[in-house]
Write a protein that binds this ligand. Sequence first.
Ligand SMILES: [Zn+2]
Ligand SMILES: [Zn+2]
Length: 298
Amino acid sequence: MDRRAFLAALSSAALVPLGQTRPPASRLILLGTAGGPTPKATRSGPSQIVVVGDRGYVVDCGDGVARQMMIAGVFRTMRHVFITHHHSDHNADYGTLLLLAWGDRLKTPIDTWGPPPLEKMTKQFLEMSAPDISVRIRDEGRPPLAPLIHPHEIHRAGAVMKDDLVTVTCTVVPHPLVPIALAYRFDCPDRSIVFSGDTAPSDALVALAKGADVLVHEALYVPGAPGEPGSPLRKHIMDSHTPVEDAGRIATRAGVRTLVLSHLVPSETPKVTDEQWLAAARTTFSGQIVVGRDLLEL
Ligand SMILES: [Zn+2]
Ligand SMILES: [Zn+2]
């Protein structure tokens, strides 16, 4: 244990009354911080994980999520998977993550949560993967995968799930033309963390994030936005996403302590420096601002 960890353990131990056990602290790891459907050389697709104790809650499954979880040392913590919406940058590795976890050593249930048609997508992914799954069941003695995966479709804002460590709620955010896009809030034993998913500036998100400790919000740097001004691509980007200054406004209105900028657009080209992201968010938010990068732990 290094000195900082020792001091942290000492100070937290001092606050716990005798005979009580302190609930585990939450970890938030940004697994992928690029926005948009194309693969990137320097960032993985959007994904993050909240780990409380030994239990992991994955939010979104962008390109490379399984490998990022392995690098972060949290691959085997996965217990729940949440999808914000069905754009490929958020769900491309949804099935792959489940399949690779099973190929590793998964034997226990995984619950998955997200907008329709999550059940159909799960079923069809398992059907597509049947040649691999059936061979490994016979060859390696793996348990059947399908009975381990429990998809749950979310149709509206409200309660999502609750266990002894975490309460998850959601709201519906505007992200045209996606029928249902969700933002999630995780109330953990030690703090609350909100994920905007993809959204245009949203009052519903402000309400969901009210008083949260951490808001992970998507961010668009308008001077570097993709597409020519007036083009369909630029119109889609502007209608569906949140300029970084507005992400700051939302953080201010919600009264959060820390704003984490992620799902960065552009994420590589043209290059936007951390200082530029920070300066833009600082115009509208005076709390702590973190510019997301892959594998950053908060
Ligand atoms: Zn996206
Ligand atoms: Zn999207």
